[in-house]
Design a protein around this ligand. Structure first.
Ligand code: CA
Length: 217
């Protein structure tokens, strides 16, 4: 199980890496909010431990960004102050649980296990942006409540975009995501796929940014 820790305090990081590592959980730490926001959208994690007091982008904004981008990974927030408002705000922003500092590593471990069990027992939530929906489990998509027929590549492309709402996606990123290293790559085919996807989900859903790439949403 792979855990992302977004926490600027290195001592806490070291404690969690050691404590959770002994229980078979791999902990990767990033120390600022912006990096945490993008990293969780790029990589697959089983759960995230998020400190709310971060330099740069505050933890609560990081959490909102993940949920807005369709990231459904369970999030355990660390709150420094034992205030109700912070916990309520965190839970409303999409956190699944919280622990107040100072904490025991055993408590974090127990809560993470409970979160991951809960997630494993239910289907991955459907991704939604505007009237476009995508279900990664049944591999179906729809627009305005009507199912749309996508090829495997179109589905991967839409899934990739729906995890990166509002971000500039380069052709190189799309090539990396859509093709294995041994497959022949061509940026022309990306344009063709984007064109086909636009016809199915609406032209305005994906913008072309000349010289940069594409932006969804
Ligand atoms: Ca902190």
């Amino acid at each position: 199980m792979r855990i992302l820790l977004v926490e600027d305090d290195r001592d806490i990081g070291a404690r969690l890496k050691e404590g959770l590592g002994g229980l078979g959980l791999v902990v990767e730490q990033v120390e600022d909010g912006e990096h945490g926001l993008s990293y969780a959208l790029q990589e697959q994690f089983d759960a995230i431990v998020l400190d709310l007091g971060l330099p740069g982008l505050p933890g609560i904004e990081v959490l909102r960004g993940w949920r807005l981008a369709g990231c459904a990974t369970p999030v355990l927030i660390l709150t420094a102050r034992n205030t109700w408002s912070e916990k309520v705000e965190g839970l409303n922003a999409g956190a699944d649980d919280y622990v107040t500092k100072p904490f025991q590593v055993d408590e974090i471990a127990a809560r993470l296990r409970a979160l991951m069990r809960r997630v494993a027992g239910q289907a991955t939530p459907e991704l939604r942006h505007g009237d476009i929906t995508l279900d990664p489990v049944s591999r179906t998509a729809g627009v305005a409540g009507r199912p749309i027929d996508l090829t495997a590549q179109e589905f991967r492309l839409l899934n990739f975009f729906m995890h990166r709402v509002g971000r500039v996606v380069t052709q190189a990123e799309l090539l990396d995501h859509l093709y294995g290293l041994d497959e022949e790559r061509s940026s022309n085919t990306i344009e063709v796929y984007v064109g086909r996807l636009r016809r199915k989900i609406g032209r305005e859903a994906i913008r072309t940014l000349r010289g940069l790439g594409y932006r969804f949403g």
